[in-house]
Structures are given as C-alpha cells and as structure tokens.
Design a protein around this ligand. Structure first.
Ligand SMILES: NC(=O)C1=CN([C@@H]2O[C@H](COP(=O)(O)OP(=O)(O)OC[C@H]3O[C@@H](n4cnc5c(N)ncnc54)[C@H](O)[C@@H]3O)[C@@H](O)[C@H]2O)C=CC1
Ligand SMILES: O=C(O)[C@@H]1CCC=N1
Length: 269
C-alpha cells in the first residue's frame, strides 16, 4: 500500500513501523512530510526507506491514503496547504487529538473522504488500541480499509465521535500512564533490593500478563484481583496501601483531566 504521512513524529513513526512489520506496506512506499527544521523526524523515516517531501500538497498528490499526524494546532495550516489538491481520490485519516470531523471537513473541499482515528504508540509492536469515526463522505470501503490498516497493528473498533475524547484519554494517553506505573512498581522493587533491569522486566511482563488475562478470560478485573488476594496475605497489604493513597481516584481524575483537555482543544480550533 502507498501511504502518505503529513507529520512524521512519534506516532507516525510507531504506525509506519507497525504497518511495515504487519506486511501492509514497505518503507519505500511511504511519502512523508514534516517541518523542515525537524531533522530527527526526517532521518527516522529516511532510515525506513521513505521519501521525504516538505510540500504537504505533494504528499496528497502521491498517496491515495494519507495519515495526518501533526499536533492539533498545526491542523489548520495543513488543511490550508492541502485543500486545493484534495480530490475524491484521497482518503484522509486524521489522528490529531481533539480535532473533530466537522473541523476537518470544514477546512477541506465538500465531499472529502475523512476518517478520524485515535491510535496509540504500542502499534509499533503491533499491540495498539485504535478507534475510528467515519466522516460524512467516507465510504464503507474506507472504513473497512481503516479497520484493516489499524487492525494489523492491534485492536481496532468503530465508534461514535462523542466518545473520542475519553478514548484519547484512556488508550491514546494510556501508555504514558502505564509506563509511570511500571516505573513506580520497579522503584518499589529496587527499594526492596531488586536489580533495576529485573524490576522493569517483571513489572512490564506483569502489565502484559494482567492485560491479557482481562482480554482472554473475559473475567471481571475485580474477580481476577480477588484471585490473587489471599486472606491476610501480602497482596491484601499492598492493595490497602494503594487504596489509602487514592490510586483509583488518581486514575479516574487522570482520565477526566485528559478528556477535558481534549475538549478544550476542540473549542480552540
Ligand atoms: N504520541 C502519541 O502517543 C499520540 C499522538 N496522537 C496525535 O498524533 C499527532 C502527532 O503527535 P506526535 O507524533 O506525538 O507529535 P510529534 O511532535 O512527535 O510529531 C509531529 C510531527 O509534525 C511535523 N510537522 C510540524 N509542522 C508541520 C507541517 N506544517 N507540515 C507537516 N508536518 C509538520 C513535525 O515535524 C513532526 O514530525 C497529534 O495530533 C497527537 O494528538 C494521537 C494518539 C497518540
Ligand atoms: O498527549 C497528547 O496530546 C496526545 C494525545 C494522545 C496521546 N498523545
């Protein structure tokens, strides 16, 4: 598949590597733009074999499917750059946080085929979590293609747009929250005498294992937690400390705060 990327940063790179690993495209089939001063993004994609072109119009002309992966505040500029060359042949997939279908469509010619996608960086290792929302003029084939593309690097679900901001908070930002948990668990283990390397390995595999237990056994997380927690045992003691320090409330507030930030971004566009 010939793919265009407008914006070649951390998410674009994770997606490109994931798509290549899944066999959906090759590095030399990618056409990519980034800010001219951003030599790191350009170099990262060059190493994959991609063609770099600093003119966003050229990305649209050369690719039937283009992923727009710039920061939300750059979206208006990108839409201005490309609006005169977007035709019915182009499918545009925007991954920008807090930028709505309406805002995207307003900046493009009528009938433009737009899909709003919210992936996450674990797509790099094909363990991504993606949702997408169809724009007004995207076809069912466009939705199928989106599902095929992002389904090749993890799970991919179609949703209604009203849920996109909480999704961004949960699975878009979520890896950062979980890395913090992995670091903190490891810090605890190091404090108790464990070597740092082993602590990261055990903490990361514990997150992977617990996640797979929820997905594969379809058992309520509370039941899975109870299965680990013996009467008067060590897990119970640990859980008591987490509850005393408001761990649930901290995560609930993190999702609420991140969702609100997405909504503020949408209002600013
Ligand atoms: N990083 C993540 O985990 C996730 C990011 N997103 C969304 O993806 C988008 C990109 O995020 P990141 O990759 O983290 O950002 P980043 O800062 O790593 O990358 C942004 C890219 O845009 C390029 N750029 C800047 N101005 C440009 C222009 N006028 N034309 C073309 N390219 C331009 C930069 O050179 C850079 O390559 C954001 O909208 C973000 O909300 C969504 C889900 C997860
Ligand atoms: O932090 C951000 O703005 C983006 C949205 C989801 C992950 N990164």
């Amino acid at each position: 598949m010939n793919l265009g990327f407008i914006g070649a940063g951390k998410l674009a790179h994770a997606l490109a590597k994931g798509f290549i690993a899944a066999g959906l495209t090759k590095g030399n089939l990618l056409t990519v733009s980034c800010a001219p001063e951003d030599t790191l993004s350009a170099e990262t994609f060059k190493q994959l074999g991609a063609t770099i072109n600093y003119d966003n119009k050229e990305i649209i002309k050369k690719s039937e499917v283009t992923i727009i992966a710039v920061k939300p505040d750059v979206i208006p500029q990108v839409l201005t750059d490309i609006k005169d060359v977007v035709t019915k042949k182009n499918l545009l997939l925007s991954v920008a946080m807090g930028v709505t279908i309406k805002q995207l469509e307003q900046g493009l010619p009528g009938n433009s085929r737009v899909i709003r996608v919210m992936p996450n960086t674990p797509a790099l290792v094909r363990e991504g979590a993606t949702v997408y929302v169809s724009g007004t003029h995207a076809t069912e084939q466009d939705c199928d293609l989106t599902k095929q593309l992002f389904g090749s690097v993890g799970i991919c679900e179609r949703v209604n747009e009203y849920i996109l901001d909480p999704v961004t908070a949960l699975s878009g930002s979520g890896p950062a929250f979980i890395y913090t948990v992995i670091e903190a668990l490891s810090d605890g283990a190091v404090r108790m005498g464990m070597a740092r390397d082993l602590a990261y390995k055990l903490a990361a595999q514990t997150v992977v294992g617990a996640g797979k237990m929820v997905l594969n056994t379809q058992t309520h997380p509370g039941v899975l937690k109870d299965n680990v927690t013996s009467p008067a045992g060590s897990t119970c003691e640990g859980l008591h400390h987490l509850e005393e320090n408001g761990v649930r409330s901290a995560f609930i507030k993190a999702i609420e705060g991140a969702t609100k930030k997405c909504r503020e971004t949408a209002k600013k566009q």
